[in-house]
Design a protein around this ligand. Sequence first.
Ligand SMILES: Nc1nc2c(ncn2[C@@H]2O[C@H](COP(=O)(O)OP(=O)(O)OP(=O)(O)O)[C@@H](O)[C@H]2O)c(=O)[nH]1
Ligand SMILES: [Mg+2]
Ligand SMILES: [Zn+2]
Length: 354
Amino acid sequence: MNYDIMKQYGLTDAMINEASLAEGLFVGRVLSQSKDIYRVATETGTLFAEVSGKYRFQTRRLSDFPAVGDFVLLDRDLGDSGNGIIHQVLSRKSAFIRKAAGKSAQEQLVLANIDTTFICMSANNDFNLKRLERYLVLVWESGSTPVVVITKIDLCEDIDSKFRAVDAIGNGVDILGISALTKEGYDDVMSYMTPGKTVALLGSSGVGKSTLINWLVGQDALETQGVRNDDRGRHTTTRRELVLLPSGGMLVDTPGMRELGMWDIDEGLDRAFQDVETYFDKCRFRDCTHTNEPGCAIYDAIRDGELSEKRWQSYLKLKTEDAYSENRDDYLKKKNEKFKNISKHNKVKYNKLK
Ligand SMILES: Nc1nc2c(ncn2[C@@H]2O[C@H](COP(=O)(O)OP(=O)(O)OP(=O)(O)O)[C@@H](O)[C@H]2O)c(=O)[nH]1
Ligand SMILES: [Mg+2]
Ligand SMILES: [Zn+2]
């Protein structure tokens, strides 16, 4: 079987091996999804497809159903005789899982097989380090590698301080600054676009994700928000969509902020530990780590019996439990080994600031 096109879409040798075990089926990659209908790229074109009745019947977990980015096995590779039937999902390299809210706590797959995730945050209104920290944890957990992209740098007077602030919490992740207006940062971003690799864009609504993709694709492939007077853009992205760049490499556009259930996590943690977090503003130093700094409000509160030591420990546990995933440790180890190669673009930029 010939897999030239599918390899451009990122099909790996391991996946080819897995596919060869199933006879008479065709490999495809899910580009987008609308309810139960998937748009799938195959070796010969694109077609619409749905999972087989057997698949639907036998699959118990929501996260085992195909999602955007998945490689699937289908009964056909052309759509001229009706929808294709998906029989299998090939093993995933990485997966964004959203824990659905509510009692059932079903896990839902958001995106699969993403190599690099651009966490997009605008240099003006949207800049929020606390949220960024949580995004970073989510991306590391998914198995993909985060890159922080500060968008709309044309709207910011002091971009250096933004870089420094992000670097302080990023633990060595790459940081880029871009502007679709002045065309700054284009080469930096393009250096992540390599054949067979998939980059997903995450971030709040209106930070310029679709604008960036259109810029990279070189045409208006996706609708972007028009000039905004209020909080609702006219062309807010409503679904995830994978596009192949003319130069190779792939991008996945996503709808804004609620994409990963981030808000739920954010609000959940805030609400759960409001009593603890109110002390943070009262520490003498703004960057207090609450370990042994003079004037630490947490320390004082525990000493005075206002805050229990146990409560503080459980806050710390929850905050850090997932933050150090294996994926991140691995990445940082490798990155330290060949530091110069991996981060040449933005580190050069950032080092100039230091
Ligand atoms: N000044 C400035 N404006 C930008 C830049 N990039 C995007 N914008 C504007 O920001 C608005 C939102 O851009 P979009 O690309 O639609 O944002 P999005 O992240 O795709 O938003 P959702 O689809 O809702 O998630 C548009 O009005 C863009 O023209 C930039 O670099 N500088
Ligand atoms: Mg968009
Ligand atoms: Zn403190």
